[in-house]
Design a protein around this ligand. Sequence first.
Ligand code: RNT
Ligand code: ZN
Length: 413
Amino acid sequence: MNRYEEAKELYAGIGVDTDRAIETLKNIPISLHCWQGDDVLGFLFRDVALSGGIQTTGNYPGRATTPAQLRADLDKALSLIPGKMRLNLHAIYADTDEKVDLTDLEPKHFASWVEWAKARGTGLDFNPTCFSHPMADSGFTISSADPAVRDFWIEHCKKSRKISEYFGRSLGTKSVMNLWFPDGYKDIPFDREAPRRRMAEALDRVIAEKLDPACHLDALESKVFGIGAESYTVASHEFSLGYAVTRGIAYTLDAGHFHPTEVISDKISSVLLYTNELLLHVSRPVRWDSDHVVIFDDELNAIADALTRTGLVARTHIGLDYFDASINRVAAWVIGTRNMQKALLRSLLTPVETLKNAELAGDYTTRLALTEELKSYPFADVWDRFCEISGVPVREGWLGEVKQYETEVLSKR
Ligand code: RNT
Ligand code: ZN
C-alpha cells in the first residue's frame, strides 16, 4: 500500500473521505496577486514610487518590468501550483504603449491579459490603483476635500468597474473588484467625520451604475493604519463593513489590517451573516502590516477552518496579498499559494459531524481530544497525492525548477 492509500484508510476510520476532500479542494479558486511579481510598481507609469503607506523591502534581482516578463513569471509559478487559480490585476498593470492616465483606462488596455487568462482557463479579478500617483500625494484620494482630486479618483474607480465587468463577461466568471483607499492622516485629526462622509458619498457615485452581477462584484477593504497614516484611516473597519452591508456589496478582510493581536479568522462568520459575499486578502503581518509571504501557521489554518467547516467558503473569494522583494518572487508566489491550499486541505480532512455533535452535546473533552489528535494525522500524504494528480512537483521538488528559472531567466534581466 502506498502512503496515500494508508492515509486514506486512517482518515476513513474517523469518517473522513480523502478523495472527496481532494475533489473539493480542486474547485476552490485562489486569486493570485500579480503585484508580488514586480514589487507593486506596475507598467503604466515609469519612475513612480510606491505610495499609499504600503512598502516593499528588498532588492532581489529579477523583478518583472514588462507585461511579457510578468506573464512568463506567472506561468512558471502556475506550473508549480496545483488546483484552481485566478489572477488578480491592479489598474497599473495595463498593457499598452499609449500614454494614458488612470482616468483614461478602458477594457482594450487589458485585452492581452484577457487573452492570457482565456488560454489558461483562469478567471481575472481587478483593483483600481488609488496610490502611487501625483493625485494621491496629499494622502487623500476619493475622500479628499478638494473636489478635483475626489472627481479624479471617482472617475478612475468608475473606469475600473468597466474593466472588471469586461473581465467577467469575456471569461464567463465574475471578476471581484477590490476598492482600497489609503486615505488618512499621519497625525491626530481634528475632524474624523468629514472625510468619512465624503468617502461614502464618493463611493455612492462610484457604484451608482448597476453592472451585471454575473460579471462584476464590488468589494471594499478596511484598514487600521498605514505608514504615514498612523493616526487615522478613513476606511476603517466600521466604515467599510457598514458601507458594504448597507450598499449590498462585499467586504474585504485583509489579515494585516487590524491590531497586531487581532485575527481575521474570527471575523469571517460574523461578516457573512450580514453580507452575501466576502473577499479575503490573505497576508502575514509581522508586528505591522508587513505583507510577509503567507506561511502555514495557526492563523492560516484558522482561516481555512472558518471557511470549510461552515460552507462559508462558497461565499468567500480567497485572494492573496503580500509582497516580499527580498526573496525570489516566483518562489514567494508558490510558497504562499501552496500554503493556502494546504491549509484548506488539512481543514477539509476534518470529521465535521463528529466534532459538531460533540460540541452540541457539551462533550468538550472529545472536542479537545479529537482536535489535538487530528493534528498528527497524515494530511501531508493527501497533499502529496493532490500535487501528483495535479501534475505539479511534490514537496520541495518545485524549488529546483524555480532555481533553474532564476539562472536561465531572472538573473539575465
Ligand atoms: C494595502 C492593501 C491593498 C494593497 C493592494 C496592492 O494595505 O492591503 O489591498 O496591498 O491593493
Ligand atoms: Zn489588502
